[in-house]
Design a protein around this ligand. Structure first.
Ligand SMILES: [Zn+2]
Length: 365
């Protein structure tokens, strides 16, 4: 991908008028033209901001501080996201059962969808629904499988009712669970499906499927976009993405976590911190492993050059990462107005207005 081609795919201005919005193409048309950026990782960012508890990772913030969720959506759009994805991740029956809030299932889903819809329609971004890993999938347990199908059916149904442009089904460690999610999207909605699976330490899912096998099966079952999300950082997700891109014909999605995972510790749950007795860093000690903005910039650029058009960042992403990813694709989102300009820096600046007494001191900093 040349820089000229990247520039050509620059995003449209974000403040869409009502008329312009009506003409905005859907997901598939946008993917056909170039990259689509989907900011994710809401639960980690809300945890960092003090509105969500690590552990259960259920976004109770939807009920307690909906304004915070709305602002986070706006922050991600400002930073370059083309999508406003409803925060229905982990707002399913099983997760609410774990925290004793089953009665809030419907209000939380409806609130998440209505906040995202409002931001999407006001900003001209795509409005995405979201379903995810149920944590009860067990291929040998018929009762559990019935419950999994119920969870998918109801969340897809609510998303469809809310008028989503497409639905994301994400973070599946079981390939067969991802297939059930896709089936539900096909059965209970008429919108495109983006289905992503996730890899822990092993390069196979819990049912033994490789990334290629899982993505091919999902493509064959009718998913419009297939790929990988979460758990692995850019460096340890990229080799799998390359194989997937070669193996499928449909669009591919890549949404790594923004952490410096390694061949020895390829997932963010496996990272250990030598400064703290090699304790597991997940989930609240991951800060020293955070990718820089330039790493996320380069990841987006490299993935897009491979032909991967659906790009995002999962758990751990902040708006600064999304802006870097967008800029790596040659875009200039609103937040780029404030991208770094070290020519104005008090010591390192090259601006003529910076005094010599400061720049002469540079080598001693
Ligand atoms: Zn994630």
């Amino acid at each position: 991908m040349t820089s000229r081609a990247l520039k050509k795919s620059a995003a449209k201005p974000r403040k869409a008028t009502r008329a312009a919005r009506a003409k905005e193409p859907g997901l598939m048309a946008r993917l056909a033209k170039g990259p689509v950026i989907c900011a994710e990782g809401y639960v980690f960012e809300l945890e960092r901001r003090g509105y969500l508890q690590a552990g259960a990772f259920v976004p109770e913030v939807l009920i307690e501080h909906p304004e915070v969720v709305e602002q986070l959506h706006r922050d991600f759009v400002h930073a370059g996201s083309d999508v406003t994805q409803a925060l229905t991740y982990y707002v399913h029956r099983e997760k609410l059962r774990v925290i004793g809030r089953e009665k809030d299932l419907l209000p939380m889903n409806r609130t998440a969808l209505s906040i995202a819809k409002k931001v999407a329609r006001e900003t001209g971004t795509l409005f995405a629904g979201d379903i995810c890993n149920t944590n009860i999938y067990d291929p040998t347990d018929k009762k559990a499988l019935k419950e999994v199908n119920r969870i998918f059916a109801e969340q897809v149904g609510w998303a469809a009712e809310a008028g989503v442009d497409y639905i994301v089904a994400e973070t599946y460690s079981w390939g067969a669970e991802a297939l059930l999610a896709l089936e539900a999207i096909r059965k209970y909605s008429k919108v495109p499906a983006v289905v992503t699976v996730c890899f822990h330490r092993e390069e196979q899912l819990r049912d033994g499927w490789s990334a290629v096998e899982a993505c091919k099966r999902l493509e064959d079952a009718g998913a419009e976009v297939v790929g990988l999300n979460c758990h692995r950082g850019p460096d340890t997700m990229m080799p799998l993405l390359k194989e997937v891109r070669k193996a499928v014909k449909c669009h591919v999605a890549a949404l790594p976590v923004p952490y410096r995972t390694t061949p020895e510790q390829p997932s963010f749950m496996s990272l250990t911190d030598p400064c703290c007795g090699d304790a597991r860093a997940f989930p609240t000690g991951l800060d020293p492993f955070m990718c820089t903005r330039s790493q996320m910039h380069d990841f987006g650029r490299e993935a897009y050059a491979l032909g991967i058009n659906y790009l995002g960042i999962c758990c751990g992403a902040g708006p600064h990462h999304i802006r870097a990813l967008a800029e790596g694709l040659g875009r200039h989102p609103e937040a780029s107005k404030y991208s770094a300009d070290m020519s104005r820096h008090a010591f390192f600046g090259t601006n003529k207005k910076i005094r010599k007494v400061q720049t002469d001191y540079r080598s001693r900093l």
